[in-house]
Design a protein around this ligand. Structure first.
Ligand code: SAM
Length: 339
């Protein structure tokens, strides 16, 4: 199953809720949001049925996300339904960590294989300002739980100029202390990031320079054939970390990701403005073979290179600058589409 650019359908991001228990300034800066109607949100059985079809078409990696996936009641039950499916090579979850300490054992027992926790700052005041909730201690507890249950984890950090770009070294050190590999993410001009501006972006180049000034040589880790968004690097002592340079040097050429929202809209690119509604045909009882053809055809004509198109723009601003537009179509939001 290849698209028009020869990219296989392999990676599926499943957003299980559009709700979040943080309000990160770079993702959900507004005071109020339009939420997906509850009756539209797929039941676990419905999600599981769609996952079966995606697996039959070549998907072999699934990541649960959101919104905050741990807000979805009994998400471990969904993990259990998916983990047992033949053909699945990887099942991961991305969380802000706030509710993780209490759920990590159930997730592990249900068959979750890997966990990524998002953490942008180690300063309590800064965390509170950035996320608008005083929950840094809960995140630390979640990370400790992930380490205990899984042995290791990944930690995703969005680096924003003037906000947390002075923490690259402390985050690397923190990652070491919890057996977590840090992945620094360039601030992206995605939907939801309505306050984005190019001045706030810290490029991969600048991050590497800062780290090399402190640690000495930073070597690229060669990973032939990898389609992972992060380029990985190693410090002289062997500590590894990643950088996701989606803003300055996108990986569209190898992007095998698509996203299913909690209400069953399928998006082929983080920047796509239109998705394919899979909930309606599923609920209408359309036969599996027809759903399969719908998805296969959708992928077959995929030509999205959203992040590259953004780079080509030159004069770059927020992708969806008008909040009214986001209100009209919540699917344009990062927290709905699934990060
Ligand atoms: N709530 C979960 C979490 O915090 O990880 C999952 C959803 S969140 C939308 C997924 C990831 O997207 C987080 O690591 C978040 O920092 C990242 N993200 C959100 N907005 C972003 C932006 N404008 N640029 C880069 N990353 C962003």
């Amino acid at each position: 199953m290849n698209d028009t650019l020869g990219r296989p359908l392999r990676n599926l991001r499943l957003s299980v809720t559009d709700r979040c228990n943080l309000r990160c300034q770079y993702c959900m800066p507004e005071d109020d949001y339009v939420w997906l109607p509850r009756e539209d949100v797929l039941r676990f059985e419905e999600t599981s049925a769609l996952v079966d079809i995606f697996l039959s078409l070549g998907v072999d990696k699934i990541r649960l996300t959101g919104g905050e996936p741990l807000l979805r009641r009994d998400v471990a039950a969904l993990v259990q339904m998916i983990a047992a499916k033949p053909g699945l090579n990887d099942l991961a979850l991305t969380t802000n960590g706030v509710l993780l300490a209490d759920q990590v054992d159930a997730l592990k027992a249900a068959g979750l294989r890997r966990i990524t926790v998002s953490l942008d700052t180690l300063h309590p005041d800064r965390f509170k300002k950035l996320t608008r909730f005083d929950q840094l201690e809960a995140v630390h507890a979640g990370i400790a739980g992930a380490r205990r249950a899984f042995g290791h984890l990944k930690i995703d950090t969005v680096v924003i100029r003037g906000v947390n770009d002075d923490e690259l070294i402390s985050l690397i050190e923190y990652g070491r202390s919890v057996n977590g590999e840090i992945r620094f993410i360039e601030y992206m001009d995605v939907g939801g990031a309505s306050r984005w501006s190019p001045d706030c972006v810290v490029s991969r180049h600048d991050m590497l320079e800062t780290l090399a000034r402190h640690y000495g040589a930073v070597a690229a880790v060669d990973e032939p054939g990898s389609t992972a968004p992060a380029d990985r690097y190693a410090l002289e002592d062997g500590t590894t970390f990643g950088i996701i340079a989606s803003t300055t040097d996108p990986f569209c050429r190898t992007c095998d990701r698509s996203r299913l929202t909690a209400d069953g809209m399928w998006y082929l690119c983080l920047y796509a403005t239109r998705g394919l509604d899979l909930r309606a045909p599923l609920r209408q009882g359309v036969p599996v073979e027809e759903l399969k053809a719908l998805i296969a055809n959708g992928w077959g004509v995929r030509e999205d290179r959203g992040a590259e198109d953004r780079v080509a723009l030159g004069d770059r601003r927020a992708f969806v600058p008008v909040q009214d537009l986001l209100r009209k179509d919540p699917h344009l939001e990062m927290h709905t589409r699934g990060g």
